[in-house]
Ligand binder design. Structure first.
Ligand code: SF4
Length: 617
């Protein structure tokens, strides 16, 4: 019996006939999938027909929060947004923070399932469980900030929190994202799915704080969590002040900060232009997520030069890579401008930047010419070209229309061996860490159900040298299958289902993440999860997502890397000589599948599915 934490309600919105329906949250769903991504992925597996086109009315778009959201647990205003991805064709799931997730919970729902397609552009408002539909015809073409301001004004309440798409989502660009304030459910093209449903925005407003089942136990569990956070050697002393850009310096030192579409990792020092010190000088304020004492999110303003006046919340480490080092740009004001433009257009900074970086490499190799680029001199380091290509991607103009499809599909169209330089896995562009010098991190890119996604199984052991569950050699091959499974399962349940900010897992509670989650959830919901059961939920989620992908046609051969990773060693720096050969990848995959209880082809075995109580479709 669930006594708190959850609202206990799921809202279905059918856009085809503008109807809504409330359903109870089944107790078995709580027990087996906890919340957030667990709920969303289970429903997509059960309800989507195999191989539905991602941009069709048959796809569903799900927003799901978790038991800890808006309860007073720190850093838990997170939501999972999920659908079949138009970029990868696989399960698409992205997390977003900010204020929206807490407000969504307080409007009365643990999960909102969007179905069908509206006849004309609309937006939906929900206030304390009351749903209304509004015409969005006049919002078409509007940037995301203006969209949010306009809707608040029109609804006459500035306390609404809004998740919306920009022009790129409206145009169904497969790397479009969903933006709330300046936070994004960024990756896998979920904004295109929203746009394909003619849904410009969802506005939520709520006053219903979820009940807490055992206030005393919650106080204790919350205090234990805050103590862990306080004792972290980096969380408050460094991360809180600088945010993720501090990782630029650390990755550069390790020789795994990817540069110029991964062709020049270790060869150029980008720290003076893009590192912590450079970023710190541009901070004007911070904007923490709901109920977060850390507040890593730094707001930066460009005050001079060609990009004067641009303000962005970030750029985060990943964007500093994708719109900076990946495209050979070490001019931070351009990165800030690009970051802001991506937020306004509603496109994923990683996929957009990495696709432009790929095009730059093709241009420098002569595979693309000025005829293909509409006369743009698309060489590495040309920040004006990068900014213009972002616009072209958002509006599907010229080469931008091709790049917006992502590097995998674009390479298939361009041919001429261009796929060798397309830095993607399963169609999702690779994040910043050059995995040739961090093998478990790489194995996670290869096996994550969403494609090359650092957020699914971040190997903090390799990246930050944290010896939990044990010290690892980042370049060793053996043991990485076991480690990757553990990283993926722990992260899935604590960060994606509970859900809590991933930075706590990495920097404050890696050793006690599951116990900590069990204590907090049990206190708010009155459940009796053990730490082991919590970890099992993470494993269950990764298995269901795998089954979804298998049903869509993915096999072992998709758990792979681009040619560059397999054949081209890093040429300079602290990771010089490192690569992941085909044989090494196969060794890691064999170990990983065995640890997961999957067969040699990466299919979950009947015994494993029985153990996890998963019914195969
Ligand atoms: S640490 Fe940063 S990302 Fe995480 S909840 Fe706080 S402000 Fe948001």
């Amino acid at each position: 019996m669930i006594k708190g934490g959850y609202t206990g309600k799921i809202l279905r919105i059918n856009l085809s006939n503008l109807t809504t329906k409330e359903e109870p949250v089944p107790e078995a769903l709580v027990k087996n999938y906890l919340g957030g991504a667990g709920f969303a992925i289970k429903y997509l597996y059960d309800e989507l027909k195999p191989r539905v086109p991602a941009l069709s009315r048959e796809n569903k778009l799900i927003f799901a929060v978790g038991p800890l959201t808006a309860t007073g647990a720190s850093c838990a205003s997170r939501m999972a947004v999920a659908a079949k991805s138009p970029l990868t064709g696989a399960m698409g799931m992205a997390l977003a923070g900010g204020q929206f997730p807490a407000e969504m919970k307080m409007t009365g729902y643990d999960m909102i399932i969007i179905e069908g397609k509206a006849e004309k552009p609309i937006y939906v408002s929900i206030i304390d469980g009351e749903v209304s539909f509004h015409s969005a015809v006049k919002l078409m073409g509007m940037m995301t900030t203006d969209t949010q301001l306009f809707i608040k004004e029109e609804l006459g309440d500035w306390n609404y929190r809004i998740a919306c798409v920009g022009p790129a989502g409206e145009k169904q660009v497969p790397m479009a994202c969903i933006v709330n304030e300046r936070r994004a459910a960024g990756r896998k093209g979920l904004g295109a799915v929203m746009g394909s449903k003619n849904l410009k925005a969802i506005a939520v407003r709520g006053t219903r704080k979820p009940a807490v089942a055992d206030a005393e136990a919650f106080k204790k569990a919350r205090a234990a969590m805050l103590k862990n956070m306080k004792e972290s050697p980096v969380l408050y002393s460094q991360f809180s002040k600088t945010g993720t850009p501090m990782v630029v310096d650390a990755m550069t030192e390790m020789g795994i900060y990817s540069i110029k579409n991964w062709s020049a990792t270790g060869e150029i020092n980008m720290v003076p232009g893009l590192g912590k010190a450079a970023q710190d000088t541009m901070i004007i304020t911070r904007n923490p997520c709901y109920d977060c004492p850390v507040g890593c999110s730094q707001v930066k303003l460009v005050t001079s030069g060609p990009y004067a006046g641009y303000l962005s919340e970030g750029p985060e480490f990943e964007t500093t890579y994708s719109l900076g080092s990946a495209v050979g740009v070490d001019y931070l004001p351009a990165v800030i401008a690009g970051d802001r433009l991506c937020d306004e257009y509603g496109i994923d900074t990683i996929s957009a930047g990495v696709s432009i970086a790929w095009a730059m490499e093709l241009y420098e190799k002569g595979i693309l010419t000025k005829k293909d680029t509409d006369g743009i001199d698309l060489k590495f380091g040309n920040h004006a070209a990068m900014i213009e290509m972002l616009r072209k991607i958002a509006y599907q103009e010229g080469l931008g229309a091709l790049l917006g499809q992502g590097t995998k599909k674009a390479a298939a169209k361009i041919g001429k061996g261009s796929d060798a330089f397309a830095m993607q896995v399963k169609g999702l562009e690779m994040p910043a860490y050059d995995i040739r010098g961090a093998k478990a991190h790489g194995l996670n890119y290869a096996t994550s159900y969403t494609g090359a996604d650092h957020n699914r199984g971040y190997a903090f052991q390799e990246i930050f040298d944290i010896p939990i569950p044990e010290k690892v050699d980042r370049n060793a091959i053996k043991g990485k299958g076991k480690l990757t499974k553990w990283n993926q399962d722990i992260r899935a349940v604590t960060c994606d289902c509970a859900p809590m900010c991933a930075f706590l897992l990495d920097m404050a509670v890696p050793a006690v993440a599951c116990q900590n989650t069990a204590d907090l959830v049990n206190a708010v919901a009155g459940t009796e999860f053990t730490s082991g059961e919590i970890e099992k939920i993470g494993e269950r989620l990764n298995n269901v997502a795998r089954l979804f992908n298998i049903r869509e046609g993915f096999t072992r051969k998709d758990d792979s890397f681009p040619k560059r990773i397999l054949t081209e060693p890093i040429k300079q720096g602290a990771s010089k000589g490192q690569l992941i050969s085909r044989a090494d990848l196969d060794t890691m995959l064999d170990e990983y599948y065995a640890e997961r209880g999957w067969d040699k082809n990466g299919n979950p075995t009947t015994a494993k599915l029985k153990e996890l109580a998963i019914k195969r479709d």
